[in-house]
Design a binder for this molecule. Structure first.
Ligand code: B3K
Ligand code: ZN
Length: 876
């Protein structure tokens, strides 16, 4: 496999202005007739070759302007069709024979439960027809689809339906025309037997848009939440970004077999069923929220991605980082802003920081790759969104909005770069962002080391801030980044008024207790004067930058921040830090029994204050094993077994110390009204459920309460919390009986069964590996369905550390075996599944065996480029 470099980007020699496709879909094969209206670019030489990508296609016909091409005018290989001796413009016609029914990679045209559907991003269109399959070739499309009328009553593609008719032999045809030029990765086709839910939306300019969700008939009653989310997204994008929808129809199609969450194809979004279908019995609160944000995300791509797209795949974050920022703002506006911030920070610190520190570490705009599918990462998406958020922080809402308007105006219909995005922000704000742009090219998580000095006589408090970004593969020297560090100073009676030498007040805060320090040098000092007392610094408020902060807080200071700071992110983070240090002590001293009185006070403070219950729930939850392992490996090696035991001990201590509190919280927040996925209930449930989990910890009565809770639940959130708790705390027979009960209730609900698989894969009691192996043979599992693979194998490897890291290496082997099969069947899923093994260097005990498994895999014949890239980088 070959490495591709951003520095080698060259504009295409030919454009395709108009693309006519004619699909003939049959049960055992399909034919794709293409007419590409090509035009040589001004910069290209007269003899330039037209390079078309094509994979797994059988050539049936090839003609230029109506004449069959002679064999010496073209060259056909496994990956390309190259045609030379072309006029400056003309029409190239091809016919390809393809086999969607045996396409297991779920890329290109494939079948999911009989339904024909496509997934073209990033490079799947080349498995459908020969085409310059690169995002800087934008074309309008005219698509004819023929198929069996009974098997495929619905025939869909992008744009507007312009014709439909019956054909002989019980077949029928639909013709679609998409007036907006688009890159091939946004092409979509769906054909099958689907049922519709319809609604309408009136845009800000009074245009009526038909909204259609297509699902299997059995799922018709699970579409309301997605439809509602779609309408709210459309309105929000008008109000917040001034973006109006541009066609008369918008489709969402749900499919069961899908590699990712969803895909933003122009006017024909295709979704994983798990990201559209919602019902109280089969979807958790988190699931409802995820559907809302993914529906919004895909819809928002219509502007940030489709109308303005990426020049090349190195620019992926141009559309993904910006769109994640947009969907995060949407979720914040729909629910609680600080809750969303806490949860996003948790993902960044737990998962993205680990990616940044691992062998696949790459910048938000990678400089090279072997397989682009490996770069749909937390770095490109989540860190990319944090970079956009920092721009927003630096510019302020008004200038940011001016910048985004300018970007959309200036580049509508174009394929552009991250630099173009930043230039629009610069031009609209008048700010120079050239130093800021290092965030796009530099990998790794910066670390801020912050120390302070208090001059009591002068009332001057000085913060000394130094920044350092660790070396990452291929990038040993790092430059200073521009980091907005939001902060305040906490005194005895609350946050202090700030007077800072040479800094403007934060325009967003009316009071004078909040600042955004611009950290942009390796070392800097910030002096605050006129202070009445020595303050406690409240740092990185709202997680204002994706960085680690090292400040030597005392526990007393953390307690003060937990109890009294104005910023909910800082309060949450400070309590997490208190728990982390308690856990670290427990790891060092496993028999320690007493709970640190300051931690006790902090928990008390959080329990007794009136906060958003959802945030309160996040505050009271223990830091996850994954987060603790990430922290431990940052400063040394992670001991997952020690982490597991320490967490158990702390959970036990908190459970006992606060038993009455937990009972109180449970009683007062337990939701008795019928289930609704609304913020108020979701928050209350989260808090009641945290309380229930503590109540059941090491307590028989609590376990029976959880079992009752399981049976009386009217929703999946409560049922799963109860089930997990019983599995962890109850005896095996009770656990088994609930597992059987769950199966009996939901065996026909495939999305609920995914949770059933995960719960068992994550269950640390008993022999998890044997259990997972048995479940791989269970009818509820399907070794070709990505949701099932993630639910069982992914859950085991990512959320059952003590068994995945079993000392004999049996967990690594289990994962390795699955990857081995998937390497051929579905390379994208295979390489994604490998992630936990690639982190071998984080662990003292497992490292050798983990590496050995990676080495074994690397010796397999015919590795996919996806898996090859991950293996070779992990073993480098
Ligand atoms: N753009 C798609 C990603 C598809 C990637 C497939 N390898 C989903 C999204 O970010 O909206
Ligand atoms: Zn996206």
């Amino acid at each position: 496999p070959k490495t591709i470099f951003l520095s080698e980007y060259k504009a295409p020699d030919y454009g395709i202005s108009y693309t006519e496709l004619h699909f003939e879909l049959f049960d055992d094969h399909s034919l794709v007739h293409a007419r590409l209206h090509f035009k040589r670019s001004d910069h290209a030489s007269d003899t330039a070759t037209l390079v078309l990508n094509g994979q797994e296609l059988e050539l049936q016909a090839l003609a230029l302007d109506g004449e069959t091409l002679a064999s010496d005018d073209y060259e056909l290989s496994d990956d390309f069709l190259c045609v030379s001796g072309l006029p400056a413009s003309g029409v190239l016609e091809t016919t390809a024979r393809i086999y969607p029914q045996s396409n297991t990679s779920l890329e290109g045209l494939y079948r999911s439960r009989g339904l024909f559907c496509t997934q073209c991003e990033a490079e799947g269109f080349r498995k459908i027809t020969w085409f310059p399959d690169r995002p800087d070739v934008m074309s309008t499309y005219h698509v004819t689809v023929d198929a069996d009328a009974r098997q495929c009553p619905e025939l869909l593609s992008n744009g507007n339906l312009v014709q439909s008719m019956e054909l002989p032999g019980d077949r029928h045809r639909a013709v679609w025309d998409d007036p907006f030029p688009k890159p091939s990765y946004l092409f979509a086709l769906v054909a099958g037997n689907l049922s519709r839910v319809e609604d309408t939306f009136i845009t800000m300019n009074g245009r009526k848009v038909r909204l259609i969700i297509l699902v299997e008939e059995k799922d018709l009653d699970k579409c309301a939440h997605a439809m509602d989310s779609l309408k709210r997204s459309m309105r929000w994008d008008e109000e917040r970004f001034g973006r109006e929808y541009d066609l008369d129809v918008f489709h969402i199609v749900a499919v069961d077999d899908f590699n990712m969450g969803a895909m933003e194809n122009k006017s024909l979004n295709i979704f994983n069923t798990s990201c559209v279908l919602a019902a109280p019995d089969t979807t958790t609160d988190a699931g409802y929220q995820r559907i809302e944000s993914i529906v919004a995300h895909e819809y928002f791509h219509n502007w940030s991605g489709n109308r303005v797209t990426c020049r090349d795949w190195f620019q992926l974050s141009l559309k993904e980082g910006f769109t994640v920022f947009r969907d995060a703002e949407f979720s914040a506006d729909m629910g609680s802003r600080s809750l969303k911030r806490v949860e996003d920070a948790m993902v960044m610190r737990t998962l993205q920081f680990a990616e940044d520190a691992g062998p696949m570490s790459h910048p938000v705009r990678p400089a090279s790759f072997i397989e682009i599918s490996n770069f749909y990462t937390l770095t490109v998406y989540e860190k990319g969104a944090e970079v956009v958020r920092m721009l927003h922080t630096l510019l302020g809402e008004e200038d940011f909005r001016r910048g985004s308007d300018l970007y959309f105006d200036r580049h509508d219909g174009q394929a552009v770069t991250c630099d173009d995005f930043v230039s629009a922000m610069e031009d609209a704000s008048g700010k120079n962002l050239s130093d800021f742009k290092r965030w796009y090219s530099q990998a790794g998580t910066p670390e801020l080391t912050i120390r302070d000095d208090w001059d009591a006589e002068q009332g001057v408090y000085t913060l000394s801030v130094s920044q350092e970004t660790p070396a990452t593969p291929g990038q040993s020297d790092k430059e200073a980044l521009v980091i907005p560090l939001a902060m305040g100073l906490l005194g005895e009676a609350g946050n202090l008024r700030l007077t800072l030498d040479g800094e403007a007040p934060d325009p967003e805060s009316a009071d004078n207790t909040h600042r955004i320090l611009i950290v942009d040098k390796p070392e800097q000092e910030f002096r605050f004067s006129g202070l009445p007392e020595c303050p406690t610094p409240s740092l990185l408020r709202g997680f204002s930058a994706p960085v680690r902060v090292d400040y030597p807080y005392t526990r007393e200071q953390l307690l003060a921040l937990v109890s009294r700071d104005d910023d909910e992110f800082v309060r949450w983070d400070s309590l997490q830090q208190l728990m982390v240090s308690a856990l670290q002590e427990l790891q060092a001293e496993p028999h320690r029994v007493s709970l640190d009185p300051l931690l006790e006070e902090a928990v008390n403070a959080i329990c007794s204050q009136s906060l958003d219950p959802a945030v309160q729930a996040d505050m009271l939850r223990l830091p996850s094993e994954t987060y603790l392992a990430e922290l431990a490996s940052h400063s040394g090696k992670a001991d997952v077994h020690g982490i597991f035991r320490a967490r158990q001990a702390l959970r036990q201590a908190l459970a006992e110390t606060f038993r009455e509190r937990w009972q109180q919280l449970f009683d007062s927040y337990r939701v008795t009204a019928p289930y609704a996925a609304i913020g108020e209930q979701i928050g209350a449930r989260a808090l009641a459920n945290v309380a229930l989990d503590y109540l059941a910890t090491g307590d028989e009565q609590g376990v029976s309460l959880a079992a009752q809770y399981y049976f009386s639940a009217d929703n999946l959130t409560n049922r799963l919390v109860a089930l997990r708790t019983v599995l962890r705390e109850g005896d095996a027979a009770l656990g088994d009986s609930l597992i059987d009960d769950f199966y009996a209730r939901f065996k026909d609900e495939t999305l609920a069964m995914n949770h059933w698989l995960s719960v068992q894969a994550e269950n640390t009691s008993g022999d998890s590996i044997a259990r997972v192996r048995a479940l791989m043979e269970h009818p509820a599992y399907d070794s070709r369905n990505p949701n099932k693979i993630r639910a069982l194998i992914g859950a085991f490897a990512n959320a059952n550390a003590v068994h995945f890291h079993k000392h004999d290496g049996a967990g690594y082997r289990l994962l390795g075996e699955v990857v081995e099969t998937l390497n051929e069947q579905n390379p994208q899923i295979a390489s994604r599944l490998l992630t936990p093994l690639t982190r071998w260097n984080n662990y003292a005990q497992g490292a050798t065996l983990m590496r050995a498994e990676l080495e074994r895999l690397s010796e397999l014949p015919s590795l996919s480029p996806d898996v090859y890239e991950v293996l070779s980088k992990s073993l480098a």
